[in-house]
Write a protein that binds this ligand. Structure first.
Ligand code: GRF
Length: 205
């Protein structure tokens, strides 16, 4: 059975979607640990409610990011994780982790990559920029993580219409609904061994 680590920084609704899909046996896997970059992330409560181990890894002012990344790598190794899922995780992973878990880290991004993606696009900012630009379509993307932020092989995308009446909050809500479905589907496909990466593209078998 697939051993999964989920990394979060916030509310954890995507984490909840994964927990529900595992409990209903839609995904054959087990979340071994939920790791948060913030100690007050509500996703930690969700994990505890379901008896899942949790860990908080913040950047220590003195020791810096490298120490946090080493601790993160050690945790993933300790739990013998097969798959890492970034579900609203705000940190950038170290090159060592990305290399060690090549094509085994999945991220969910709340836009149609490559639109509104990259280092400066996270959280509600993504939706604000989409509204300001007046795009008629937005959506969500699930992709493997490589060394380019939001640049890894795309697994799944789904679009939704942006209405003139939408604002960043309503658009975020619409997109989150898609995210939950898309992330579960991608992890299911991965757990079934149906994803193959060929030249930065994903073939679904
Ligand atoms: C989602 O929109 C995700 O795409 C983004 O951060 C948000 C996290 O939401 N990276 P949640 O914590 O899963 O509710």
């Amino acid at each position: 059975m697939l051993k999964i680590a989920v990394l979060i920084s916030g509310g954890g609704t995507n984490l909840q979607a994964l927990i529900d899909a595992i409990e209903s046996r839609e995904i054959a896997g087990k979340i071994e640990v939920v790791i948060s970059s913030k100690e007050d992330a509500y996703g930690l409560v969700r994990a505890k409610n379901h008896g899942i181990s949790t860990s908080v890894l913040k950047i220590d002012k003195l020791l810096g990011k490298a120490a946090r990344d080493r601790a993160l790598m050690q945790l993933l190794l300790d739990y013998q994780v097969d798959l890492v899922i970034l579900a609203g995780y705000l940190g950038i992973l170290s090159e060592e982790i990305i290399k060690e878990y090549s094509n085994r880290i999945i991220n969910i991004h709340p836009s149609l990559i490559p639109s509104f993606s990259g280092r400066s696009f996270y959280g509600v900012r993504v939706h604000r920029e989409a509204i300001i630009r007046g795009v008629k379509l937005s959506g969500a993307t699930v992709h493997f993580v490589n060394e380019v932020t939001d640049g890894g092989p795309i697994i799944l995308q789904e679009a939704i219409a942006v209405d003139f009446e939408d604002d960043e909050v309503s658009l975020q809500k619409k997109v989150l609904n898609i995210e939950h479905r898309l992330l579960v589907k991608a992890v299911r496909l991965y757990s079934e061994g149906r994803l193959e990466v060929i030249d930065n593209r994903v073939k679904i078998h």
